[in-house]
Design a binder for this molecule. Sequence first.
Ligand code: HEM
Length: 389
Amino acid sequence: MDLFSDDFRRNPYPLYERMRTAQPPLYEPRTDFWMIFDYAGVKRALTDHSAFASDMSAANQRAPSWMIFFDPPRHTKLRALISRAFTPGIVANLEPRIRQLSRELLYPVLDRGEMDFAADFAVPLPLKVIAELIGIPAADWPRFRHWSDVILTLSYTVSGAAAGAEAGLAFRATTLEMAEYLPAILEDRRRAPKDDLLTNLVHAEVDGARLTADEIVAFVQLLLVAGNETTTNLLNNTLLCLMENPDQLARLRAEPGLLPSAIEESLRHSSPLQFMFRAMRQDVELHGQTIPAGKRVLAMIGSANRDPLQFPDPDRYDIARDPNPHIAFGHGIHFCLGAPLSRLEARVAFTEFLNLVGTFGRTSNEPWKPRKALHVLGPENLPICFKPV
Ligand code: HEM
């Protein structure tokens, strides 16, 4: 089993199915990871933070100082503060801007009748939306794009590899650059508040506590890595699902009200984030096997979302699936803070795309190349041809 081969990463589902049928969690000696494949087991790993820690030091592994790698009580305090700033309101206000950005990306390619859906649309849209949300001045967007790329290279290698050490060095350099860049903007927002996330972050307060500049830098880094690549894959994978299931595309055209439910089904069927890490704080018995304390675990979200015990006919892409209790955004105390934003982006992006584009299809039937980040599912490029409506 080569977990990182292109073939596996393009279609991990047959192997997931074999692993779920075999039931026990799997120990993978090459990476020294334990992997959990079934819905109940993955949900437990995501939720039971007393045994399955997010703080990777429980397995002797270093991780960036991001809330996603914190456990209570540190996580509880930070999440409360961040939630004051990252409100549903601030996300909902972005809708007109997301629509405008989607059109700005789609209009220039319409006459060509072809585009790389990934490079022309699914990559730049989330990046621009996040820069806008955070409140980065447009002139500094290229710098943010660069930082975002550097941070993402952390996920291009398995930990321990030489390239991983190099990515770690580049990441530390980026952290220093961001720590130099942000305080001036934060000071500006303190003096002259704007309608953006940085303003909310400097003013957020719970029981007299405020976020420090380092905590804000760390959160902005997490947003860049958690929010961009994942949403890109949600957009790409939704398009792939619709192209591979023409009956579902026809139904969506006939019943556009099903779009939110189609997006949920893409999240389940082709989960953008395939796994999350945990570190064992204590021995845990799962399906008759003991995962020892001190070991690292991969909670295989992509596999859990195809578990037939939870989802009837799990390999079918059904845009009207109901109920659909997928765990693509996680579960429990770390449930994705950006879920409302990526749902909104996907809804607006596909409303615009389907309004502007008539028939469409891939330009080639060659298997697509997986993206470089190892924790996601989706294509690096997605060339399509189409007829405008
Ligand atoms: C389709 C898009 C996305 C997917 C599939 C996704 C998935 C996830 C998952 C599975 C977790 C839980 C991690 C865990 O339990 O350890 C998570 C957490 C998180 N996500 Fe997302 N995410 C997406 C988009 C976004 C966006 C757009 C943002 C921000 C703008 C974001 C910000 C975060 C943050 C800050 C956390 C950490 C929450 C915490 O530790 O309490 N995500 N995401």
